[in-house]
Design a protein around this ligand. Structure first.
Ligand SMILES: Nc1ncnc2c1ncn2[C@@H]1O[C@H](COP(=O)(O)OP(=O)(O)O)[C@@H](O)[C@H]1O
Ligand SMILES: [Mg+2]
Length: 805
């Protein structure tokens, strides 16, 4: 059996079955030999050439492996060192020499003896092999870097400059892979193939290690955070204990507050439950914060605290007088309302609603009512509220949930019977998030509001003692169901003399003292105030007037600071420019030229009455009617009606038949002046069109308002006083109004009426008669059924319904 000369000789060697390790050539490995049979094999080797054959057993747990349970390929090794340990075991250090394959194995002497043939390693240098070597080298370097259990310097030194065979074995020995995988590498005799295989293993292992590392990093961070929190919590507890305010006492404190709050039975139970839950929670947890916040809210809303109400109506009257100039009717209505509320104990009455343009005193009347009745005052603007949750809150399950605005305001009031002003109810909008006006209805309904449900608070809250007041700029956009609940008090704009009075009695005093000035330092002449009103403001109320007065006060305050207390200034039309700068509103409309296709309407907008300059231009075209600006459907309809009227009257207006087929008409209404009262721009649009088509200018000093029907009838409109005030501000003294509005003149103060020549009209024909610079010339040759002269007696205006003062 030892014959073949080409092959390395087979030789007989003592064999040690080894477990849990595969020994590779060139590898120094220490291990302890314990099994008696192995110690005997070792002794034989030590007695001879110190060579042993090391082969791994399949199953590490078997103590007495049979030959079939041992891998057939192993390593011939030299024993470098051996030490007998006191317990009879022997510690050895071996160095692998070369691969060997078992040819035969026997254990006749009580230990294994193997006949082994060495496996020579032949390496043929080639470029491919070189490339493989360098690939494996660099992969191994990466592997060592990420593995963390191998020493980088030692490893890199160990593999440096080795040939493919030695390199692959050294790396194989140091890989952290399974025994089976290692054995497979040992059994891969061809060095090039082995190298390839090792490269692949390294690739995979590096990937695995990287993944492990990133997972470990995350886990580690989490652990650190948890530990840190725990540590801080413990520390906090210790500090609190040191300070003698343990959590205990804090919870006791809460308990006392709950008992003292005067909650409803339901709320009390909820609070007590929550407190119990809180006791069970770790004090710094997120959960306990949520719970604490909830308790804080339950404790913050007023449950029993009330203001002592003043029920004296005379007293209330005095307060209203003190705070406001004019507004006689409104004050009267308020006092009546208060009287009824007093008499009817369970005030199931309606809710007050102040309607009017900005700056006419709606809010300040509300504050006055609060003062007059001894209540607190809170105000909530509903402008832009479109989510039910803004009124009613979010359920506590939401992160960062809060009560709705109603409850928040009640907290702010601190009493359960404040005056609660709901500003701009008409600006509340509805969308997919739920209808806030439904929630508001419930708030305002005395049948329901004693058990108002806020989603966050989650217990019923009694709003029945709250004095609700709503305000709105215009009424028609308030949801009808809400309107039904309301007692509407309309406040219209002020005339200039009224504004001057308000300024003198209230605004100047307020702003002067706000700026720290004395009445010696600063006075306003009436003419000065008038100049501010005419040249720096154009509004129905007095908001901007107050702002400009405040401006003046601040400028004067600066002068006083610089020049000393003896400074005395009187504001007049001559010096107002020094304080307020360039005049903002110079020309009144009436001073402008008459123009073709430009008519002056009177509109009723959210900010009160306004002048509405309506323009029409013609272009060659095909009969299109275009309206620009955000005009809305109502304006479109009015424009169509106006057009129909004009077509039906074309011959009287001197227009060729089918004139409209050859032109495009473009109507422009400046934005921001769009009337809120629907179709009242009708006659203005028709006048504009008629002027543009006939090329006859419109009188700029005439303003008009009225709805128009398809057949040219003029229908009544609203907001009469506001519109007249606007005309007044614009310096216009002639207006055209629908005949049906004549009855409303009783409500217009004489002071306003006397400023105007008013024409009450029934038809559009009459409007044109007054508004156009000259009457249109009917088409000659045609025989109109109704001759134009018969229709408007143009030269004799006194025949018409007109009011001239
Ligand atoms: N009739 C009045 N008498 C005294 N001050 C008034 C009067 N009308 C309005 N004001 C004052 O004008 C300012 C604006 O009024 P405000 O109540 O805010 O108007 P609104 O709420 O209608 O927009 C306030 O300072 C208010 O006191
Ligand atoms: Mg207001």
């Amino acid at each position: 059996m030892l014959t073949n000369r080409e092959k390395p000789e087979a030789r007989r060697v003592p064999m040690l079955p080894i477990r849990d390790v595969v020994i590779f050539p060139h590898m120094m490995t220490p291990f302890v030999v314990g099994r008696e049979s192995s110690v005997r094999a070792l002794e034989e080797a030590l007695a001879g050439d110190k060579k042993v054959f090391l082969a791994t057993q399949h199953d590490a747990s078997v103590d007495d492996p049979k030959p079939a349970e041992i891998y057939q390929v192993g390593t011939i090794a030299s024993i470098v060192q051996s030490v007998k340990l006191p317990d009879g075991n022997v510690k050895v250090l071996v160095e692998g020499v070369e691969r060997g394959r078992i040819l035969s194995l026997n254990d006749e002497e009580g230990y294994f003896r193997a006949v082994v043939r060495a496996v020579p390693q032949k390496v043929e240098p080639s470029p491919q092999l070189e490339a493989a070597v360098s690939r494996v080298n660099s992969l191994f370097e990466q592997y060592v870097k990420v593995s963390q259990s191998l020493n980088y310097e030692t490893m890199i030194a160990a593999v440096r400059g080795e040939d493919a065979a030695k390199l692959s074995d050294t790396i194989a020995a140091n890989l952290q892979i399974s025994i089976e995988e290692k054995q497979e590498l040992l059994e891969t005799f061809d060095p090039a193939e082995r190298l390839q295989r090792i490269g692949d293993i390294l690739d995979i292992e590096i990937e695995k290690l990287n993944m492990d590392r990133s997972i470990q990093g995350r886990v580690k961070k989490q652990m650190e955070r948890a530990q840190r929190e725990y540590y801080l919590n413990e520390k906090m507890k210790a500090i609190q204990k040191e300070l003698g305010r343990g959590e205990k006492s804090e919870l006791d404190e809460l308990k006392k507050k709950i008992e003292a709050a005067g909650m409803t039975a339901e709320a009390h139970e909820k609070a007590t439950q929550e407190l119990k839950r809180l006791e069970m929670m770790p004090p710094m947890s997120a959960e306990s914060t949520v719970s604490r916040n909830y308790l804080d809210w339950l404790l913050a809303v007023p449950w029993k605290k009330k203001s002592r109400e003043i029920r004296d109506i005379d007293q209330a009257e005095k307060v209203l007088e003190e705070d406001h100039y004019g507004l006689e009717k409104i004050k009267e209505r308020i006092l009546e309302y208060l009287a009824v509320r007093r008499l009817v104990k369970e005030a199931k009455g309606s809710i007050l609603c102040f309607v009017g343009p900005p700056g006419v005193g709606k809010t300040s009347l509300g504050m006055s009512i609060a003062r007059a009745t001894g209540r607190k005052f809170v105000r909530l603007s509903l402008g832009g509220v479109r989510d039910e949750a803004e009124v009613r809150g979010h359920r506590r399950t939401y992160i960062g949930a809060l009560p709705g605005q109603i409850i928040q305001m009640m907290k702010k009031a601190g009493t359960k019977n404040p005056v609660f002003m709901l500003d701009e109810v008409e600006k509340m909008s509805t969308d997919f998030r739920g209808d806030p006006s439904a929630a508001l209805l419930e708030v305002l309904d005395p049948e329901q509001n004693y058990m108002f449900q806020d989603h966050y608070l989650d217990v019923e809250y009694d709003l029945s003692q709250v004095f609700f007041i709503c305000t709105a700029n215009v009424i028609h956009t308030i949801p009808p169901a809400l309107q039904d609940r309301m007692e509407v008090l309309r406040l219209s704009g002020y005339t200039e003399p009224e504004k001057i009075e308000i300024a003198k009695r209230f605004l100047v005093k307020k702003q002067r003292s706000a700026a720290g000035l004395t009445d010696k330092n600063l006075q306003f002449a009436d003419a000065g105030l008038s100049a501010i009103i005419q040249s720096y403001t154009r509004e129905a109320g007095v908001r901007n007037l107050e702002r400009e007065i405040a401006n003046v006060c601040r400028k004067v305050a600066r002068k006083v600071v610089k020049g000393g207390q003896e400074i005395e200034i009187v504001i007049t039309p001559d010096n107002i420019g020094e304080y307020l700068g360039v005049i903002k509103f110079r020309d009144t409309v009436a001073e402008k030229h008459n123009e073709i296709g430009l008519a002056t309407g009177l509109a009723w907008t959210e900010v009160g009455g306004q002048i509405l300059a309506t323009e029409a231009t013609l272009m060659d075209g095909k009969g299109r009617l275009t309206l620009t600006g955000k005009l809305g459907d109502v304006m479109q309809e009015s424009a169509q009606a106006a057009m129909s009227y004009i077509r039906s009257r074309s011959h009287l207006l001197g227009l060729q038949r089918e004139f409209y087929r050859r032109v495009d008409i473009h109507i422009h209404v400046p934005e921001g002046a769009i009337p809120k009262d629907g179709p009242s721009a009708g006659i203005t649009l028709a006048t504009t069109l008629a002027s543009a088509l006939t090329q006859i200018p419109v009188r700029r000093d005439v303003a008009m308002t009225g709805e128009i029907t398809l057949r040219g009838k003029v229908l009544p409109i609203g907001g009469l006083k506001e519109k007249l005030l606007a005309a007044q501000r614009a310096g216009i003294h002639t207006v055209i109004l629908p005949k049906d509005n004549q009855k409303d003149m009783a409500d217009i103060p004489a002071l306003i009426q006397k400023d105007f020549t008013i024409h009450f009209v029934e038809t559009m024909d009459e409007v044109l008669q007054i508004a156009l610079e000259r009457p249109p010339v009917p088409l000659a040759g045609l025989a109109p059924e109704a001759p134009i002269r018969a229709e408007f007696p143009s030269d004799d205006l006194s025949d018409q319904e007109s009011l001239t003062h």
